[in-house]
Design a protein around this ligand. Structure first.
Ligand SMILES: Cc1ncc(COP(=O)(O)O)c(C=O)c1O
Length: 388
């Protein structure tokens, strides 16, 4: 079956009610036939459900679909993207280990690495995503993991996954890729040797701005560690959110295609605007990593960033003039959403850290939705007109 079909047809077995849509299993625990069944289940002699912190039919279905789409053997679903990322760190890193991460990453991930991991004796180095030739020298004897986002949030920079997969293999370190922006519909890091793939399912996977969720995917033996960590610490995905997310996956490919189509049209249009200093979009020829994008992504995804000429003042005025698009922190929604990273998602970073990750005062991030492109473009155009 093709991925589009798998996203729709992988489904829990029908019950005796012959339902077409999968029912919601709102249950904290599961019952056993007898003491022997209970013993055997607790002894991992079968894969039956025990307790929804460990597994649940709705969560299992969501994970099965994610594995099929990412091309991985196993997965574990979590309550949010951040809990997926934290689990992927804490299940494998211990005091004395070193993490190499790309410098341009989501704000909360940066906080976890630079504020919390160091408290537990895990050191880190940020590698410049625009200077891949410097990365190998940054790998230390105690480096256990390389963590990257590609494309990055909000810098929209890319790293060559084929090259990075080979580098990680050569140095026997785990490669952990946050595939939130591309989603498995556009890019499958496991294909290039990524050991762990993390997701914020809150974004394009839900696609309609309703629930939080996350997932860690990878080889069976690695996901076993994630499962054991999460089973004890409890960041599991709720059955209701899993039910919503599993339904969302049915339209993921279709949505990503249209997100990408609208985003490319918007980016192409904005490139020539006199009040815009620069526009960044992976599938624009002017993107510094255009060749990498073309090589590893099916299309450019739904995020466009641009730099307003008037800096912070113009950035705020532009946002205040937006009429239809939503000013909100989320992304990956059917509705176009606009943010100003320097004063919101990345406000906890120091000015120096923001500069390093390319988050300038005038940077605007647009998550291009599924409204008609004419309406999205008209709203942005009229807000730009107010800056004249
Ligand atoms: C790239 C990336 N990773 C992880 C996260 C965290 O996901 P969540 O908000 O679901 O915890 C986000 C959230 O914006 C993100 O953009």
């Amino acid at each position: 079956m093709k991925p589009e079909t798998k996203a729709i047809r992988i489904q829990n077995e029908r019950s005796q009610e012959h339902e077409h849509s999968v029912p919601l299993f709102l249950t904290s625990s599961f019952v056993f036939d007898d003491s022997e069944h209970m013993r055997a289940t607790f002894a991992d002699e079968n894969e039956d459900n025990i307790y929804s912190r460990f597994s649940n039919p709705n969560v299992n279905e969501f994970v099965d679909k994610m594995c099929a789409l990412e091309g991985t053997e196993a997965g574990f679903a979590t309550a949010s993207g951040m809990s997926a990322i934290v689990a992927s760190f804490l299940a494998f890193l211990k005091s004395g280990d070193h993490l190499l991460a790309c410098s341009s990453i989501f704000g909360s991930t940066h906080t976890v690495i630079s504020k919390y991991l160091v408290r537990w004796g895990i050191t880190f180095t940020y590698a410049d995503i625009n200077k891949p030739e410097t990365w190998e020298a940054l790998i230390q004897k105690n480096t256990k993991m390389i963590f990257v986002e590609t494309p990055t949030n909000p810098g929209l920079d890319l790293v060559d996954l084929e090259w990075l997969g080979q580098l990680a293999k050569k140095h026997k370190v785990l490669l952990n890729v946050d595939n939130c922006f591309a989603t498995p519909a556009l890019q499958q890091p496991a294909h290039y040797g990524a050991d762990l793939i993390t997701h914020s399912a809150t974004k394009f996977i839900d696609g309609q701005g309703r629930v939080l969720g996350g997932a860690v995917l990878g080889k069976k033996e690695l996901i076993k560690e994630i499962y054991l960590f999460c089973r004890s610490t409890g960041p599991s995905l709720s059955p209701f959110n899993a039910w919503v997310l599993s339904k969302s996956l049915e339209t993921l490919h279709l949505r990503m295609e249209r997100h990408s189509e609208n985003a490319l049209k918007l980016a192409s249009m904005l490139q020539h605007h006199p009040l815009i200093a620069s526009v960044k979009y992976p599938f624009l020829l002017s993107h510094p990593h255009y060749a990498i994008a073309k090589k590893q992504m099916k299309s450019g995804g739904g995020i466009v960033t641009f730099e307003l000429k008037g800096g912070l003042a113009h950035g705020r005025k532009f946002l205040d003039s937006i009429k239809m698009c939503s000013l909100t922190a989320n992304l990956g929604d059917t509705r176009t959403t606009i943010t100003h990273p320097a004063s919101t998602t990345h406000s906890k970073l120091t000015e120096e850290e923001r500069q390093k990750t390319g988050i300038t005062a005038g940077l605007v991030r647009v998550s291009v939705g599924l409204e008609h492109i004419t309406d999205i473009a008209a709203d942005i155009e009229q807000a730009l007109d107010k800056l004249k």
